[in-house]
Design a protein around this ligand. Structure first.
Ligand code: CA
Length: 357
C-alpha cells in the first residue's frame, strides 16, 4: 500500500514537472496588413502584438507580420485570412462592404458614435457579438484593432462653398461615406494607401480623406493641397484584427488567451499613439505650412450629407435584416451613450471654450 502510494505520488510529481513541457507547442503564424510596415501607428499595433506574443510564449508562438509592400494585396486581407494564406490580418472592416454591407458598422459610419461611445458599444453593448455574427460566414474571427478617433474630412484642392462644388469632384473616400458623397454628385473612388499621394499630386483625384494629422503628415498631402476639412464621415474608425477560425481553434488555450489579451493591449496603444501623434503633427503642420486652411463644410453641405446618410441607412435596412439589426443596436446605444457624453466630455470642453471667449 505504501509502495503504491509512493509510486502514485512520484507519478503525480512527474506529471506536474512534465505538464508545462507538454503544453508547449511551436506555432508559427503569418499576419498580413493593409498598410506598409513603416506606416505608423497603424502598423505599430500588429508589430507590437507579434513582439508581445513572442515574449509571453517564450518564443514558442511567433507571428511574422507582412506589410502591403510585400504581399501587394492591401485590400485583400479578408480573402487571404479566410483562405488561410495568412492566419491573421490587420485591416479595416469597412473595406469589406462590397462583400457584406453590415461590415461597415464595425469600423465607423457617417454621423455615428465617437470612440468612447463605440468602445462601450463593442465591449459592453453587444457590438462584439454582432460583429462575430457578421464574420461567421467568412470563417474568420474579428476583433477591434485600434481606433483613430474622429478623422479629418480630408484634403481638398479647392474650397467647398456649397453643394454645387461637390458635383463632379473626384475624391477617394471609402465606406458608407463614399456612398453618401456619391449621392451628392461626387465621383467616388477607393485607392490603396500606397497610391494616394501620387493620385492627388497628378490630379487623378481632386480630394481625398486619409486619417488625421498623425498619419496624414507622413503622406505629405499638406504639401500639395491647401484645404483641410474637419470630419463627419469617420467619427471613430476602428481598425480590425482578423483571425482564420480553423487556425485559432487549433491553438492551445494559453495561446488563445495571449492573443486575445495582446490584441486588446495594442488596440489601446494605437488609440493613444494616434492621439498623441496627431497633436504633435498638427502643431508641426500649422507651423511649417501656415497657409493650410482648416475648414468645416458649410451647413448646407453638412445637412445634405446627414440627410443622404439617413436615407442610405434606411435603404440598406429595408433590404438587409442583418444590417438593420446592427443599425438598430448602434442607434439605441448611441442614444444612451450620447446623453452621457453630452453632460460629461462635451460639456467640459464647451464650458472651457466659453470661458476663453
Ligand atoms: Ca479615413
Amino acid at each position: 500500500m505504501r509502495l503504491v502510494y509512493r509510486i502514485s505520488t512520484a507519478l503525480v510529481a512527474l506529471v506536474l514537472i512534465a505538464a508545462p513541457a507538454l503544453a508547449v507547442e511551436k506555432v508559427r503564424w503569418k499576419m498580413a496588413m493593409s498598410w506598409s510596415s513603416t506606416l505608423t501607428p497603424f502598423a505599430t499595433a500588429p508589430i507590437e502584438l507579434a513582439k508581445i506574443i513572442e515574449e509571453m510564449s517564450g518564443g514558442d508562438f511567433t507571428i511574422r507580420v507582412e506589410g502591403a509592400e510585400k504581399h501587394k494585396a492591401a485590400l485583400g486581407i479578408l480573402d487571404m485570412t479566410k483562405g488561410g494564406q495568412y492566419e491573421m490580418g490587420h485591416s479595416a472592416s469597412y473595406y469589406w462592404k462590397g462583400k457584406d454591407i453590415t461590415t461597415v458598422f464595425f469600423c465607423t459610419v457617417p454621423f455615428g458614435m465617437n470612440a468612447d461611445e463605440q468602445n462601450a458599444w463593442f465591449y459592453k453593448g453587444g457590438g462584439m457579438e454582432l460583429m462575430q455574427k457578421t464574420y461567421d460566414k467568412f470563417d474568420v474571427l474579428s476583433f477591434p484593432g485600434g481606433n483613430t478617433g474622429v478623422q479629418m474630412g480630408g484634403w481638398f484642392q479647392k474650397e467647398i462653398k456649397g453643394l454645387d462644388d461637390l458635383k463632379g469632384l473626384k475624391m477617394r473616400i471609402p465606406g458608407l461615406a463614399g456612398e453618401v458623397f456619391a449621392k451628392l454628385g461626387v465621383n467616388v473612388t477607393n485607392i490603396a494607401p500606397g497610391e494616394l499621394y501620387t493620385s492627388l499630386d497628378r490630379g487623378t483625384i481632386d480630394a481625398l480623406e486619409w486619417v488625421g494629422p498623425a498619419m496624414d503628415i507622413k503622406m505629405g498631402f499638406h504639401k500639395i493641397a491647401p484645404f483641410y476639412y474637419t470630419g463627419w464621415h469617420e467619427p471613430a474608425t476602428e481598425l480590425q484584427f482578423l483571425i482564420n477560425k480553423k487556425a485559432y481553434d487549433k491553438l492551445p488555450k494559453e495561446y488563445q488567451a495571449m492573443l486575445v489579451t495582446a490584441m486588446k493591449a495594442v488596440t489601446a496603444d494605437l488609440f493613444i499613439d494616434n492621439f498623441a501623434g496627431s497633436a504633435d503633427a498638427w502643431e508641426q503642420m500649422k507651423t511649417e505650412f501656415p497657409n493650410i486652411q482648416v475648414k468645416t463644410f458649410p451647413k448646407e453641405v453638412m445637412q445634405a450629407m446627414k440627410t443622404a446618410s439617413d436615407e442610405l441607412y434606411d435603404e440598406y435596412a429595408a433590404k438587409d435584416a442583418s444590417f438593420k439589426e446592427v443599425l438598430d443596436s448602434q442607434r439605441a446605444y448611441t442614444k444612451k451613450a450620447r446623453a452621457w457624453t453630452n453632460i460629461s466630455e462635451y460639456n467640459y470642453i464647451k464650458t472651457l471654450e466659453e470661458l476663453a471667449d
